[in-house]
Design a protein around this ligand. Structure first.
Ligand code: NAD
Length: 284
């Protein structure tokens, strides 16, 4: 059974919420976006507007498409307004406590047939589902950054996620012209379980004085053909998010191989969060 999805609710208008809003808006959906502060949503809409303007200049979209996409994004001031959504995607900060609170609220607000998805990078979908009365309709929908550009979306099945929910979300991913990668619910799923130990190792290499930040990143770009170096990628993701993901892997597997590099902790303590704060392993 599937519902006709027209309106997508997004909770959290940071880096990922903004990209996800842009993606759905350009694919003909209506988007409702909510964050703790209306200014954050205004900034998200402004960033979408800038990104669409660039696509217009590159002739990837025409003026009418840009106008339609922008006008389809509505900012809401209360999470209760998510009641008008046919699907909600949660994209708040990477904290299990926070996400569980949001799932509890959404469960009370949205129709009983509505799927609630999380964009979490590492947190257990089964645990988020347990804060709701609809665990069969809770799923991981892990967009990559930047969401409008990256072509893969990881779909995570919690222990109780229904087969119909997986089919509906896989169909939606195809409608977005993206490819679904299906994973069971283990810390970090597929992509981040493999990617994050590499990012962490690059940080340890810097911490232990193996080489400079530039040489480490160039090593992986030039010798391994990676499009971006691991330290620059960590900056792009956000060092607070990187630390939260490594902590989830470390506590989830109880394995010291995932222990976050102390340098990363130090940077986050200093407020060096990467690109979004203007300073991380590099300056922006
Ligand atoms: N950054 C990445 O590269 C990336 C990639 C894939 C998935 N993710 C995941 O996406 C999620 C969001 O990451 P991000 O990079 O956008 O982080 P971010 O820090 O840019 O944005 C998080 C947003 O959540 C909002 N928020 C916090 N508490 C809230 C609440 N109670 N109600 C509503 N909004 C609230 C914050 O105000 C902020 O705007 C995380 O789960 C992260 O792991 C991130």
């Amino acid at each position: 059974m599937s519902i006709d999805m027209k309106t997508i609710g997004i909770v959290g208008a940071g880096q990922m919420g903004t990209g996800i809003a842009q993606l759905f808006a350009t694919k003909g959906f209506k988007v409702l976006i909510f964050d703790i502060d209306r200014n954050i949503c205004e900034r998200a809409r402004m960033n979408v507007s800038k990104a669409l303007q660039k696509l217009l200049e590159k002739k990837r979209l025409n003026e009418q498409q840009v106008e339609m996409a922008l006008s389809s994004i509505s900012i809401v001031d209360n999470i209760d307004a998510m009641a008008h959504s046919d699907l909600v995607i949660e994209a708040v900060s990477e904290s299990q406590i926070l996400k569980k609170e949001i799932f509890q609220k959404l469960d009370k607000v949205v129709r009983s047939d509505v799927i609630i998805a999380s964009n979490t990078s590492s947190i257990s979908i089964t645990s988020l589902a347990s804060s709701t009365g609809r665990p069969d309709k809770v799923i991981g929908m892990h967009f990559m950054n930047p969401a409008p550009i990256m072509s893969g979306v990881e779909i995570i099945k919690g222990l109780l996620t229904g087969e119909n929910t997986v089919n509906v979300i896989s169909g939606l991913v195809a409608r977005l012209d993206k490819t679904a990668i299906i994973s069971n619910d283990r810390p970090g799923f597929i992509v981040n379980r493999i990617l994050f130990p590499m990012l962490n190792e690059a940080m340890f290499a810097l911490y232990e004085g193996v080489s400079t930040r530039e040489e480490i990143d160039n090593g992986m770009k030039i010798c391994c053909n990676h499009p971006i170096g691991p330290l620059a990628l960590a900056d792009m993701i956000g060092l607070d998010t990187v630390l939260a993901i490594l902590d989830t892997l470390y506590s989830g597997f109880r394995d010291t191989k995932y222990r976050p590099c102390p340098l990363l902790k130090e940077y986050v303590d200093a407020g060096w969060l990467g690109k979004k704060s203007g300073r991380g392993f590099f300056e922006y």
